[in-house]
Design a protein around this ligand. Structure first.
Ligand code: VGL
Ligand code: ZN
Length: 207
């Protein structure tokens, strides 16, 4: 696949809490770092996203008496999976993985910052109304093709890729640069992305 000046590498949530040993560890989450570092060196622009919740965020099971992580509850904006406390603003768990070499990133989008609303997507929060500004920022920079990488395939990568397609971007998910939380959920995520016109490549195909 030929690379272009309008390409951007989007690195989703490569933060300590999603790595092995973290509060919401994604199996093999650390395996994405090598491919992402190589892509960051090869692509002209890099954008990072950072899950960045205030303490006591509504997506935390600890905020819902009698509920446990991975249960689903009804929120005003729809169904919400409850998570262990993770990526709390300013904590070591919310920091980028120390091995990530993306100092050249031109933009960091923080998401999940509103106490009562989650945001898996880097574009649109879970209320499906509140925009992060990412679509406009990419458009202003003339970036039209997104190479999506990071964590987790079945949540933040999935929603980010689908919303990117809905916003009119060309979207390519780099298979060896993403990992999922749940096996079945990850298989369903790939199906949904394929139906939405998301392409799938290996990082080696990008040369
Ligand atoms: C994520 C669950 C909760 C993700 C973030 O980055 O995929 N998943 N917060
Ligand atoms: Zn989160």
């Amino acid at each position: 696949m030929r690379r272009d000046a309008t390409d951007v590498l989007l690195v989703v949530d490569v933060q300590n809490d999603f790595l092995p040993g973290g509060a919401l560890a994604v199996p093999e989450g650390d395996a994405v770092i090598g491919p992402i570092n190589r892509l960051a060196a090869a692509l002209p622009q890099v954008v990072l996203t950072q899950d960045w919740h205030p303490p006591g965020h509504a997506s935390f099971a600890s905020r819902h008496p009698g509920r446990r992580p991975f249960e689903t509850v009804a929120m005003p904006y729809g169904a919400q999976v409850l998570w262990p406390d993770h990526c709390v603003q300013g904590t070591p768990g919310a920091a980028f993985a120390p091995g990530l070499r993306a100092d050249g990133a031109g933009l960091v989008i923080r998401k999940g910052i509103h106490p009562g609303v989650d945001s898996y997507s880097a574009f649109l929060e879970a209320d499906r109304l509140t925009r992060t500004g990412l679509a406009g920022a990419l458009a202003e920079r003339g970036l039209t093709r997104l190479f999506v990488t990071g964590l987790a395939t079945d949540y933040c990568v999935l929603w980010t890729a689908l919303d990117a397609r809905a916003a009119g971007f060309d979207v390519v998910v780099v298979e060896d640069a993403v990992r999922g939380i749940d096996r079945d959920g990850t298989a369903r995520a790939w199906d949904a992305m394929e139906r939405a016109g998301v392409r799938r490549v290996m990082s080696a195909d990008l040369g």
